[in-house]
Ligand binder design. Structure first.
Ligand code: SF4
Length: 365
């Protein structure tokens, strides 16, 4: 019986090479395929670049909570929404490092720190620089998300040893105005440019279930996949509805749309880590398994994700064991970190940079 999708008959190299010229029609065609064809394409791409049974694990800590002047319609931390969230000052460096040590103990290899700012002041940034240095010294990869970033601030963070900067595009340029009015899509792209130019790795993705259409999801993926370099990390979040936010009460997204979007992200950015992010706490084990089968290979662990619940660590451990997944470890400065790492991030990047993977095997290296 021939495959039902012409995409599935394309030569393997055509389905896995890194492309930066995706159109919205092409991305929509990916999302519109029969699910089995889309999953086949995603798994082919995944296996060309990654060990499909390894999942990168990060922990996210809110280092400054609430009172953000932006009006993101999904966010509990906006000062413009009545969510009852208690605002907190920037955490002291010692407290952050204590959390980082605990995260490492729990198996995290990357420690992400998020602050609810429109943008950091240079004074704020110095405190974050101290945190980055401290976390890095513990042997963890570092990531921060601080809002919009000026060019000199991106360089300052790079010089401090920061690995990743997170700045999401959230949704399509077409739907963006329905969600946020206090900063433009172009502002976001500019921050990504500053991050990229500074030589930092980019973490950028979006949020599903905000009332957007499938074509909006295709358009958002096109924005990410047509950046000069694909983001190294692409978080795909499912809206966590928080009472008091404008998006509270939005019709829930069909979970298969989440699976399809993850699979299309994997096909369009095959060398990137695709992270199953917010919304995981409410997902069944079966839905999460389908997301991993669709190419998700990164998660946040820990009970909290900034201000909302996350999947509990024991539940993750049990799920990983049931699915035969292994947490990916990381090697920094030539030293393997506890957690049985046998591949370094640099090896991963070298592998990912191959334009035409020559073998279709289950393992990358
Ligand atoms: S998502 Fe970030 S920028 Fe937007 S309101 Fe929340 S904390 Fe502020």
């Amino acid at each position: 019986m021939p495959p039902s999708s012409p995409r599935a008959t394309a030569p393997f190299e055509d389905r896995t090479r890194l492309r930066h010229d995706w159109s919205i029609d092409e991305a929509s065609a990916q999302l519109d395929q029969p699910l089995n064809d889309l999953l086949f394409a995603a798994q082919s791409a995944h296996r060309a670049y990654f060990d499909p049974n390894q999942v990168q694990v990060s922990t996210l800590l809110s280092i400054k909570t609430g009172a953000c002047p932006e009006d993101c319609g999904y966010c509990s931390q906006s000062a413009q929404h009545e969510t009852g969230l208690e605002r907190e000052r920037l955490l002291p460096v010692d407290e952050v490092l204590e959390s980082a040590r605990a995260a490492k103990q729990d198996g995290a290899t990357r420690f992400c720190m998020g602050a609810a700012w429109r943008n950091p002041t240079d004074k704020n940034l110095e405190q974050v620089v101290a945190m980055v240095r401290g976390v890095k010294a513990l042997g963890l990869e570092t990531c921060v998300t601080l809002g919009m970033l000026a060019r000199h601030q991106a360089k300052r963070l790079r010089d401090a040893g920061l690995d990743y900067y997170n700045h999401n595009l959230d949704t399509s340029p077409e739907y963006y105005g329905q969600v946020i009015s206090t900063r433009t899509y172009q502002d976001r792209l500019q921050t990504l440019e500053h991050v990229r130019e500074a030589g930092l790795k980019t973490c950028s993705g979006g949020i599903l279930g905000m009332g957007e259409s499938r074509r909006d999801r295709a358009s958002m993926l096109v924005q990410l996949a047509t950046l000069p370099a694909h983001p190294e990390s692409v978080p795909i979040n499912l809206l966590v509805q928080v009472e008091g936010t404008p998006l509270f009460g939005t019709e829930a997204l069909d979970p298969f749309e989440l699976v399809r979007t993850i699979a299309a992200a994997r096909v369009m950015m095959p060398g990137s880590y695709v992270r199953l992010s917010a919304g995981r706490a409410a997902m069944s084990d079966e839905l999460q398994a389908l997301c991993f089968a669709a190419g998700a290979n990164s998660v946040f662990c820990g009970d909290r994700l900034l201000t909302t619940d996350n999947a509990a660590a024991e539940r993750d451990q049990q799920l990983f064991a049931r699915l035969g997944l292994q947490p990916e470890a990381v090697a920094l400065e030539g030293r393997d970190q506890p957690g049985a790492c046998h591949k370094s991030v640099d090896q991963d990047v070298a592998f990912r940079d191959r334009q035409h993977p020559e073998s279709f095997s289950g393992l990358r290296a």
